[in-house]
Design a protein. Structure first.
Length: 81
């Protein structure tokens, strides 16, 4: 903010209810009602051992295929030149 600008005035008022969330300005929207907590919190299960094994095998196959393609197109020899 430059020195030639001043912030506008803000009027603060009291809602008279200390239990509720107070509004700081007259133009503030009323506070949203509190949502009740969920009855039971269930954490999602992690991936199974079978899923991890399949992903690992797929990764190794992809690495082998990439290495075979690199060797087929003589890419390691291009790096040495």
């Amino acid at each position: 903010m430059s020195h030639d600008q001043r912030p506008g005035r803000v009027r603060v008022f009291s809602s008279g209810s200390p239990a509720g969330t107070p509004q700081r300005r007259r133009t503030d929207p009323p506070p949203a009602p509190a949502a009740p907590p969920p009855a039971e919190v269930v954490s999602p299960a992690g991936p199974s051992l079978r899923t991890l094994a399949i992903r690992g095998a797929l990764f190794l196959v992809a690495c082998a295929a990439g290495g075979a393609l690199a060797e087929a197109y003589h890419l390691p020899e291009m790096l040495v030149r």
